[in-house]
Design a protein. Sequence first.
Length: 141
Amino acid sequence: MFFEKVEHLGIAVKDLSAANALYTQLLGAPHYKTEEVASEHVLTSFFKVGDTKIELLQATHPDSAIAKFIEKRGEGLHHIAYSVTDIKEAMQHLAAQGFTLLNAAPKRGADNKWVCFIHPKNCHGVLTELCQEVNPHDESL
C-alpha cells in the first residue's frame, strides 16, 4: 500500500511558546524546529518521539484553519499525518475509493513535505494528512 508510517500528530494550540514549554517538560527534550507556513497562516513547532513527530500548530491569522478549529473545538488533536511513498498515486487511489480530498493537488507544507488532506467526515471525524518528502533535486511533483 501507499502508507509507510505515522509521520506526525498535529496538535492545535493557542500559545506556541507555552505549548513548547509544556511539551519540553512532558517529553524531556526541547522542540527541534520552528517553521512558519505562511500560506496556511500557521506557526509550527516540531518534537521527535522515536520515529514519530509531534507538530504543534498556532494560528497566525484569525481566519486560518487552526484558529477556526480552536474556536470550534478548543485546543487539541488536529490531525494525524501518514508518510506515503507517492502522494499523487495515493491521492488518485483514495479519490477513486470515494474519499474526499481537500486539495486537488499536493501542496507544500511544513518540514519539507508535499501534503494533502482527507476530509474528516471520511475518517470518523479525524482530519487525515498524507505527506511525502520533497525531493531536493526536484521541487515540483
